[in-house]
Design a binder for this molecule. Structure first.
Ligand code: AMP
Ligand code: MG
Length: 289
């Protein structure tokens, strides 16, 4: 079942995709029921075990990139999908408007230090892709600057892969305009969500079509066999969580990880254990006497 998610939702490398052909309410036939909830719970438990193995093996890394328009659910995805994962081996980095120091460097300068080390998972909440999305849409840099970045991005991701054995998964959380407006309304109505409101949300909404075009070019130019983009129908939060967790778990299963053997001579250590246990017994009987 898991491979079905990846197969159905991948933005095929080299192919131009039309986002309006991807239905944000699609659920690939799944319904919100017991079966779905059981499958999600099972996958999240599986992710915990797979991350344990990744950490123990310490030979490869995983980078998960999350992109989407405002209110697409990037934070919610991280909270749900990674709920079972040990924070020791997983780090989330959010990329906001660059500082003046960051702007004084090349666009990847601020990103590279957040790439995952061996044995760990890094999750990017927004990413280096903003430099060909918001920058393009708002003309924050001239076209010749941002259009050269696709190649730099592909080279950067190749470096992470070949230079540090990093598997890369990129998710676009796809919501409809109506769903976005509904979520903005919830943010207004629910005091627990008021903090998420930003004036720019409404301004950005006006650029919906320009973002769509920018994303379509991102998929066409940077979805690669070893660093694929997945377009996740995200109007239904439960489906989004199910799809992302299934694809992450299936990818990690495919890595062919192995639990490493001991780094010490177990027979020697066992001897030491028995000596310590004998000593402890003698100590106990002395204190009782
Ligand atoms: P949020 O994710 O809602 O906290 O908002 C972060 C904001 O930072 C978004 O409006 C992004 O478009 C913006 N942002 C992130 N990266 C860049 C970038 N490289 N250049 C300009 N704006 C950016
Ligand atoms: Mg926002």
């Amino acid at each position: 079942m898991a491979t079905k998610f990846a197969k159905e939702l991948i933005a095929s490398p080299g192919k131009k995709i039309r986002l309006d052909k991807w239905d944000p309410v699609d659920t690939l036939g799944w319904e919100k029921n017991h079966k779905m909830k059981a499958s999600l719970a099972q996958t999240i438990e599986k992710l915990d075990n797979l991350q344990y193995l990744l950490y123990a093996e310490h030979s490869r890394a995983l980078l998960i990139v999350l992109q989407g328009l405002d209110a697409a659910g990037k934070d919610g995805t991280i909270r749900h999908v990674m709920s079972g994962v040990n924070p020791r081996g997983c780090r989330v980095s959010s990329f906001k408007k660059p500082t003046s120091e960051e702007l004084a460097h090349d666009f990847l300068w601020r990103v590279h230090p957040h790439a995952p080390g061996k044995g760990t998972i890094a999750i990017f909440n927004r990413s280096h892709y903003e430099d060909v999305l918001v920058v393009r849409v708002h003309k924050l840099a001239p076209k010749e600057v941002w259009s050269a970045r696709y190649q730099f991005i592909n080279d950067f991701e190749k470096l992470l892969r070949r230079g540090n054995n990093t598997r890369i998964l990129k998710f676009f959380l796809h919501i409809s305009r109506e769903e976005q407006l509904e979520r903005f309304k919830q943010r207004l109505d629910d005091p627990a969500r008021n903090w998420k409101i930003s004036r720019s949300d409404y301004q950005e909404r006006e650029y919906w079509d320009a973002y769509t075009e920018a994303y379509e070019e991102v998929f066409a130019r940077t979805s690669k066999q070893h660093a694929p983009w997945y377009v996740i129908p995200s109007n239904h939060k439960w489906f989004r969580n199910l799809a992302v967790s299934q694809i992450v778990a299936a990818t990690m299963e495919d890595l062919g990880m192995h639990m490493p053997g001991p780094q010490v001579d177990l027979n020697e250590i066992r001897k030491e254990y028995h000596e310590a246990a004998d000593q402890e017994r003698r100590h106990q009987s002395k204190t009782k006497a």
